[in-house]
Design a binder for this molecule. Structure first.
Ligand SMILES: Cc1cc2nc3c(=O)[nH]c(=O)nc-3n(C[C@H](O)[C@H](O)[C@H](O)COP(=O)(O)OP(=O)(O)OC[C@H]3O[C@@H](n4cnc5c(N)ncnc54)[C@H](O)[C@@H]3O)c2cc1C
Length: 420
C-alpha cells in the first residue's frame, strides 16, 4: 500500500459532510432531471420532513400532502400531458422516488408513491380512453387515491391462487372476497383489483376491475379517514398494524357482493395475469431505485455521526473497524447503484430486463436492511432511539425483501431466466 493510499483522515471536528453522489451517470440523469431533483428535495425538506414524525405517529399522510404534490406536478411526471401529466420519462419518476426515499420515511414514500407507481399504470396501459380519462387525471392532481389490490390472506406470491370472485350478473359483476396488505387501501377512492372471473383455476381466469368506493365525503380529514369503514357500499377496509412503513395505511379490504359495472373491466376478460406481470417491472425497479437513495442517505448521516462522536479520546471514525465498515457499505452502495442504474437505462431504452430487474431488487433490498442495521450499530444507543431516524430506516427497510415479490421469488425468476 502506498503512503497516499494509507493517509489518515484529518482529525477535524468540523470535517465537511461526505456526499455520496453518483458519478458517471450523466447520460441517464440529465440537467433537466437534476433540476427536478432540486425542486423535489426542496419540497420534501420544507413541506414534508417537518411533519413526518406526526404522520408516522398518526399512521396517516393528510390529504393536503397529496394535493400539494399534485399541484407541483410530482404525481404525473412520466404520465402523458393530455391526462394531466408532465410528459416526462421514467428517469423523472426515478428522481422523484429517490427524493421520497431520502425523506427518511419509506411509509410516506409508499403512501404518496403507490397510486402513481403501481395502481394507476395498469389503467394507463390497459384502460380504454374513457377509463383513462375517468381515473388517471384525478390521481395525478392528488384529489383521488388509487390502490392496487392483488394479495389475499390465502395467497400472495402465488398470484394464480387468488380467490376473490367476480360473478357475471346483468350489466356487470358481483365481487366477493378479501384482499390484504393493500397500500392505501383505507384511503383509496378506487381499487384496481385482481379477481377470479372464471372457475378455471390458475393463470387463465383472472381479470382486473376498477372498484370504486362510494363518493368520498367532503370535509375534514376524519371524514376522509372514515372512508376506510364500511359505508354500506359492500366494501370495508381496516388498517393493519405493522413493523415499519407507519405513515402508510396498509389495509385489509373486504368485498361483500359488491356490484361493479361492466365498464370497470380493465383489459381482457380472463386476461388479467398479463396486467400483473406488466406491473412488476416498474414496481421492482422503483423499489431498487428508492433503496439506493435510502442507502445513500443513511450512510451520509452515519458518516457525519461517527466524525463527531468520540469514545476513548478519539472520534468513532478513527477506529479502523469503523472505516472498514463504512468502506464495505459504500462498496455495497456503488454495486447496488451500478446494477440498478444500468437496469434503469435498459428499461428507458425498452431493452427487456426481466432478469436484471429481479437481480437489482434482490441485491438492493437485502443490502439496504444490512446497511441500516450496521449504521444503527455505529450509532450505539443513539441509533436505537427514535430521534436519529436510523431505527425507522431499519424497520422500513425490512419490507423490501418481501413486498413487490419476495427475495425467494426473485431467485426463482433469475434461475428460470437461465432455463434452470
Ligand atoms: C407493507 C406491505 C405493503 C404491501 N402492499 C401491497 C399492495 O399495495 N398491493 C398488493 O396486492 N399487495 C401488497 N403487499 C403484499 C406483498 O406483495 C406480499 O406480501 C408478497 O408478495 C408476499 O406474499 P405473501 O405475504 O402472501 O407471502 P407468501 O407468498 O405466503 O410467502 C411466504 C414465504 O414463502 C416463500 N415462498 C413462496 N413461494 C415460494 C416459492 N415458489 N419458492 C420459494 N419460496 C417461496 C416466500 O418467499 C415467503 O418467504 C404488501 C405487503 C406489505 C407487507
Amino acid at each position: 500500500m502506498s503512503a497516499t493510499e494509507a493517509a489518515p483522515a484529518p482529525d477535524a471536528a468540523d470535517a465537511p459532510p461526505v456526499r455520496l453522489r453518483a458519478a458517471g451517470w450523466d447520460h441517464l440523469f440529465t440537467g433537466e432531471h437534476e433540476e427536478l431533483r432540486v425542486a423535489a428535495r426542496r419540497w420534501v425538506e420544507r413541506e414534508v420532513v417537518p411533519h413526518l414524525d406526526d404522520w408516522e405517529r398518526a399512521g396517516w399522510v393528510p390529504s393536503s400532502a397529496f394535493r400539494r404534490a399534485g399541484e407541483l406536478g410530482f404525481l404525473g411526471l412520466s404520465y402523458p400531458e393530455e391526462l394531466g401529466g408532465q410528459g416526462g420519462d421514467p428517469v423523472h419518476e426515478a428522481v422523484f422516488q429517490q427524493e421520497l426515499a431520502r425523506s427518511g420515511s419509506a411509509g410516506f414514500a409508499a403512501a404518496l408513491g403507490a397510486p402513481m407507481t403501481i395502481a394507476t399504470p395498469p389503467i394507463l396501459k390497459f384502460g380504454t380512453p374513457e377509463q383513462r380519462e375517468r381515473w388517471v387525471p384525478p390521481v395525478l392532481r392528488g384529489e383521488r387515491v388509487a390502490a392496487l389490490a392483488i394479495t389475499e390472506p390465502g395467497t400472495g406470491s402465488d398470484v394464480a391462487g387468488l380467490r376473490t370472485t367476480a360473478e357475471r350478473v346483468d350489466g356487470g359483476f358481483l365481487v366477493s372476497g378479501e384482499k390484504c396488505y393493500i397500500t392505501g387501501g383505507v384511503r383509496a377512492s378506487h381499487l384496481v383489483t385482481a379477481v377470479r372471473t372464471s372457475a378455471e383455476g390458475g393463470h387463465g381466469g383472472i381479470s382486473f376491475l376498477v372498484i370504486e368506493r362510494s363518493a368520498p365525503p367532503k370535509g375534514s380529514e376524519d371524514d376522509v379517514r372514515a372512508l376506510g369503514r364500511d359505508r354500506g357500499d359492500g366494501i370495508s377496509a381496516s388498517p393493519l398494524q405493522k413493523l415499519g412503513w407507519h405513515a402508510s395505511d396498509t389495509a385489509l379490504v373486504t368485498f361483500e357482493d359488491v356490484f361493479v359495472p361492466e365498464d370497470a373491466l380493465l383489459g381482457e376478460l380472463d386476461g388479467g395475469f398479463a396486467l400483473v406481470m406488466a406491473n412488476f417491472a416498474w414496481e421492482r425497479l422503483s423499489m431498487s431505485i428508492g433503496a439506493v437513495a435510502a442507502m445513500e442517505d443513511v450512510l451520509e448521516r452515519t458518516m457525519a455521526f461517527v466524525q463527531q462522536r468520540r469514545a476513548f479520546g478519539r472520534r468513532v471514525v478513527d477506529f479502523q473497524g469503523t472505516r472498514w465498515a463504512l468502506a464495505e457499505m459504500t462498496t455495497t452502495l456503488e454495486a447496488c447503484r451500478s446494477l440498478t442504474y444500468e437496469t434503469l437505462r435498459r428499461h428507458v431504452e425498452g431493452v427487456p430486463a426481466l432478469r436484471e430487474v429481479a437481480m437489482a431488487k434482490l441485491l438492493t433490498q437485502r443490502a439496504l436492511v444490512d446497511v441500516c442495521d450496521r449504521c444503527l450499530q455505529l450509532h450505539g444507543g443513539a441509533g436505537y432511539m427514535r430521534e436519529q431516524g436510523i431505527e425507522r430506516a431499519l424497520r422500513d427497510a425490512r419490507l423490501g425483501p418481501i413486498g413487490g415479490g419476495t427475495d425467494e421469488i426473485m431467485k426463482e425468476v433469475i434461475g428460470r431466466s437461465y432455463g434452470l
